[in-house]
Design a binder for this molecule. Structure first.
Ligand code: PXP
Length: 250
């Protein structure tokens, strides 16, 4: 059994920097530096670094992305909306992986998965361009059978299953329902030869529920690790999460 891999989403390291230095990007005092944190995550054993370059540049900046590309030793996963501006940047930077996500300006964080059935045509063009550049492509989707089938038909390499509903389930009934949807989606995706990743809302407590989803290869976790790092430091926060992922049995 391969170990479950961890991609650390470091967007909120940049959120903290932007809270003070958004209007002074060249200040020598601008901190914390997401690139230094990416290196710390790698030292702690993270298998990849994930960032989301949003259209409004609320956290990660273009320069961060360039520097991450130059400095990351593991793997750079770029989350992005399917817009011409951001696609051009991705084709210039050439991350190891791109995860296509829906993006709304007014949302606090990504809400819901991509609708591959409704937007298949636009996504297909972007996917082909990214593949031609040698980038593996993931689709962030809700755990619905029609979305899995559409991802396979489009020729995606990976699906990242949206775990937000499971993570935030208020009742046991909703939790069970959502877990069942995720389990079925994971089996369907694995049968379609898609790599199965998961992300959104995963933390140090609900990770036990994630263990019940089969076929997972990688988790992308951001907020909980950044929040924990405030107390224990980034290296320990990453190591603690990796320890909780260790006994995943697939
Ligand atoms: N995966 C995707 C596609 C996301 O959009 C996000 C949020 O940026 C994450 C994973 C990480 O979510 P969280 O910050 O809740 O761990």
């Amino acid at each position: 059994m391969n170990t479950l891999r961890l991609g650390v989403n470091i967007d909120h390291v940049a959120t903290l920097r932007q809270a003070r230095y958004a209007t002074m990007p060249d200040s020598k005092n601008a901190e914390p530096d997401p690139i230094a944190i990416a290196r710390t995550c790698e030292r702690a054993g993270a298998h990849g670094i994930t960032v989301h370059l949003r259209a409004d540049r609320r956290h990660i900046q273009d320069r961060d992305l360039q520097r991450l590309r130059e400095n990351i030793m593991t793997k750079l996963n770029l989350e992005m909306g399917n817009t011409p501006e951001i696609v051009d940047i991705a084709l210039r930077i050439v991350p190891d992986e791109v995860c296509l996500v829906p993006e709304k300006r007014e949302e606090v964080s990504t809400e819901g998965g991509l609708d591959l059935v409704a937007h298949g045509k636009e996504l297909s063009g972007t996917l082909k361009r990214l593949h031609a550049a040698g980038v593996r492509v993931s689709m962030f989707i809700d755990p619905a059978p029609e979305q899995i089938d559409a991802a396979a038909a489009l020729g995606a390499d990976i699906v990242e299953l949206h775990t937000g509903k499971l993570a935030n389930a208020f009742t046991e009934k909703i939790e069970q329902q959502e877990l069942e949807r995720l389990r079925e989606a994971a089996v369907r995706a694995a049968n379609a030869k898609l790599q199965v990743n998961a992300g959104h809302g995963i933390n140090y407590r609900n990770i036990t529920r994630i263990h019940k989803i089969p076929h997972l290869v990688e988790l992308n976790i951001g907020h909980a690790i950044v929040a924990r790092a405030i107390f224990v430091g980034f290296e320990t926060a990453v190591r603690e999460m990796l320890a909780l992922m260790e006994n995943y049995r697939g």
